[in-house]
Design a protein around this ligand. Structure first.
Ligand code: KG4
Ligand code: ZN
Length: 356
């Protein structure tokens, strides 16, 4: 059975390669990260205030091959020891995806091993099952779970019924939560990427100092909207003298962050009540947010829920999570053909649509 694979992630601006090994035969078996190496392009895109697709793609071509060599070296393996390859093939920036997919196809032919294209969002949903020397998967999950996937491109709530059966309960109607953080950071002059900067600046700030909109909070759906929050922030900032913005930056960031976290946790709580699930996963870049983690832990404790939030290194984009989805699928005998193409969007069968 396939146990040890190489994984590649190039869907946006992070180039990442991992070697992972499955530690059991059961569904959601823990997966050990033997190596994970990534190259971050934040500094390159910072001057533009966001990711420039052409530049991201060009940098992947530069970083990917050295990272592949590093990942194998750090795992103490030769290419011949690898039994399969997983690569993010959707959704994402097409020029970025192309670099990872073409590399995976070429390696698969040369090493004569199977490879598989993975949905980036499925990879985020499975991140809690990654094990390494500093982080052990704390509990076995045999049943389903509710998952909140919050990143720079996506904000969705899923009922994960089983491996491969992902029912979308709700999603954002406009901006993603990470985008809401990034845009706010830009408005107050903090820079890019905004989420970690807003998080850091909020420490010690008063989260009740300013009132921001919480769109769709009481609409009864599991959907989100963050563009209204962004507009309310813009209106508030326009009404403030610029020295007040800089003077009260901690309070502004803490109040804005609280509004995002309020909405995320309110909808997540609704999803748990509706499904009756006892296990909850929060994943994606925004799950690195310290206030979200703190309040989610408090909420889960009160509601007697098992809460799984991967360590921050597995929350933001990384190849190890792609490796989990890959190994679960490759060991089931699934693989992709050489005719597989990267896709900007998810495929119709990747997720079950909301039935409402
Ligand atoms: O999952 P990810 O690495 O890439 C995407 O697939 O989008 O998520 C990146 C997003 C960015 O919007 C970034 O600002 C946000 O996650 N993010 C955070 C934090 N760390 C990363 N947002 C809030 N607080 C953080 N600590
Ligand atoms: Zn992501």
């Amino acid at each position: 059975m396939i146990k040890k694979i190489l994984a590649i992630e190039t869907s946006c601006d992070d180039t990442s390669v991992a070697v992972v090994q499955c530690q059991g035969d059961e569904v959601f078996a823990p997966v050990e990260v033997m190596s994970l190496v990534s190259a971050n392009q934040d500094l390159v895109h910072k001057v533009f205030g966001g990711v420039v697709p052409e530049i991201a793609s060009r940098n992947h071509t530069m970083y990917l091959l050295p990272l592949l060599t590093n990942a194998l070296e750090q795992a103490g393996l030769q290419p011949k020891d690898i039994q399969g390859i997983a690569v993010t093939s959707r959704p994402g920036l097409i020029g970025s995806l192309l670099i990872g997919v073409m590399t995976a196809k070429t390696l698969a032919i040369n090493l004569d091993i199977p490879y598989i294209g993975i949905n980036h969002l499925e990879a985020h949903l499975l991140a809690p099952f990654l094990n390494d020397s500093e982080h052990k998967v704390s509990q076995k999950i045999n049943d389903g779970y509710v998952a909140l996937a919050v990143s720079g491109g996506h904000t969705q709530i899923y009922d994960v019924k089983a491996f491969g059966k992902y029912h979308v309960l709700g999603k954002t109607k406009d901006d993603a939560a990470g985008e809401a953080f990034d845009k706010f950071a830009k408005m107050v002059g903090l820079g890019f990427p905004g989420g970690p900067l807003v998080d850091k600046t909020s420490v010690g700030g008063n989260s009740k100092a300013y009132e921001f909109a919480r769109p769709l909070l009481h609409d009864g759906s599991f959907d989100f909207s963050f563009s209204g929050l962004k507009s309310s922030a813009m209106r508030l900032l326009d009404s403030l003298p610029s020295d007040e913005i800089q003077k009260n930056l901690k309070d502004l960031c803490a109040s804005y962050q609280e509004a995002v976290v309020d909405v995320l946790l309110h909808k997540l709580n609704m999803a748990v009540q509706a499904t009756g699930r006892k296990t909850v996963v929060i994943t994606g870049g925004v799950s690195a947010n310290s206030r979200l983690r703190q309040r989610a832990e408090h909420w889960a404790h009160e509601q007697k829920l098992n809460l799984l939030i991967p360590p921050p290194r597995y929350c933001t984009d990384n190849a190890a999570m792609v490796g989990i989805a890959g190994i679960y699928r490759l060991r089931n005998g699934e693989s992709s053909g050489q005719d597989m193409k990267p896709q900007a969007n998810s495929l119709p069968n990747d997720f079950e649509a909301a039935s409402r």
